[in-house]
Write a new protein. Structure first.
Length: 95
């Protein structure tokens, strides 16, 4: 495999890893016992942005930069998005 192909695969897998569905974002937030305001403050976005992201028909393209911030914060707190659409929440001693 060429270096360029390897870099393209890594970029694709990184982008996929940073994707959470609206339901996963909400489940992660709720599972961590965070309010929308708390998650918004930690991620550096508005509470209204979190609300829009949690709507089932959220338009990913219009929220992509903020979605990256929110997903990164949830991942930093230990939330893992699973391929089946669920999330894994750390227990109090895990994170």
């Amino acid at each position: 495999m060429t270096c360029q192909a390897s870099n393209m695969m890594h970029a694709k897998s990184t982008k996929m890893e940073n994707t959470m569905t609206p339901n996963q974002i909400q489940a992660g937030r709720v599972g961590l016992n965070l309010t929308r305001a708390e998650l918004a403050k930690a991620a550096g976005v508005s509470e209204a942005t979190i609300l829009r992201m949690e709507k089932p028909k959220a338009k990913a393209s219009s929220l992509s930069r903020n979605r990256d911030k929110v997903v990164s914060e949830l991942e930093r707190l230990g939330v893992v998005s699973n391929e089946d659409g669920s999330v894994t929440i750390p227990t109090s001693g895990d994170a």
